[in-house]
Design a protein. Structure first.
Length: 88
């Protein structure tokens, strides 16, 4: 249970950092500016929830095995969604 909670919090933090923060030496803001918003990938890199969907997959791969990876993936992504919508 603690592993899932830490996975949700880690995925949320990393996704929020990539999508919303400048980062050290403005690396994230420069990266988002370079990518732009002309493509679906670029628009997704400006969205915390879009990034968290893929970050959650990485967390799930390290946390689970077999069929449960999909369950962990969507569970972590759902937890990030709840945190983001609640404004935490």
């Amino acid at each position: 249970m603690l592993t899932v909670i830490l996975g949700v919090l880690g995925a949320y933090r990393f996704s929020f950092m990539l999508a919303q923060e400048d980062g050290p030496f403005d690396i994230f803001s420069k990266w988002r500016g370079y990518i732009g918003q002309r493509t679906w990938f670029g628009r997704g890199m400006h969205c915390t929830l879009c990034i968290s969907f893929w970050v959650s997959l990485l967390c799930a791969v390290f946390m689970a095995e077999g069929v449960t990876i999909v369950t962990y993936w969507f569970g972590i992504a759902g937890g990030v969604l709840v945190l983001h919508r609640r404004g935490i």
